[in-house]
Write a new protein. Structure first.
Ligand code: PH2
Ligand code: MG
Ligand code: MG
Length: 172
């Protein structure tokens, strides 16, 4: 049987409700709905300061995972939105504000996708230590498919942003 799956990397985040519990539920749903298939790799959980200019909101818990998917990028996006809604996410009152769950496609194989509703690699990945740190943890040598730049180097370029991030004892 030909293998039509592709390796994808997802960024997970939450900063409302019980973030760790929400992230665990999201991973359970990704598995149960066969959206993400083995082999699956999960990063540690990290406590991260809010990024994007809205400072008056709780810190986030962030993580990353890689796994196989048989879905297309658009199908994967729709499936992630479905889980976000099922876990209690309402349409955002403000951009980059608090949310009980956020599931982002960081990378989809080596693909470059630029459509009005979906950009892959994730448009802000190289500026966000909260996305890069867990990503580099599960795949230290991973490089950006568009630029060839290693994500570990992007992370190092962010300087002391990394120092504000706390690795948690809890695991996914
Ligand atoms: N997500 C955002 C905006 N800001 N900050 C942190 N620390 N973690 C996030 O996951 C995050 C954010 C938009 O999705
Ligand atoms: Mg996001
Ligand atoms: Mg999102």
């Amino acid at each position: 049987v030909p293998d039509r799956t592709e390796k994808v990397y997802l960024g997970l985040g939450a900063n409302a409700g019980d973030p760790v519990e929400q992230l665990r539920k999201a991973v359970a749903e990704l598995r149960a709905r066969r959206i993400i298939l083995e082999p699956i790799a999960l990063s540690s959980l990290y406590r991260t300061p809010p990024w994007g200019g809205i400072g008056d909101q709780p810190w986030f818990v962030n993580a990353a995972l890689s796994g196989a998917t048989a879905l297309s990028p658009q199908e994967l996006l729709a499936a992630l939105k479905q889980i976000e809604g099922d876990l209690g996410r309402k349409p955002a009152p403000r951009r980059w504000g608090p949310r009980p769950i956020d599931l982002d496609i960081l990378l989809f194989g080596q693909r470059i996708v630029r459509t009005p509703n979906l950009t892959i690699p994730h448009p802000h990945i190289t500026e966000r230590a909260f996305a890069l740190l867990p990503l580099v943890e599960i795949e230290p040598l991973l490089a950006d498919p568009a630029t060839g730049r290693r994500y570990a180097d992007c992370l190092a370029a962010l300087g002391d942003e990394i120092a504000r991030i706390e690795k948690m004892k809890d695991e996914l």
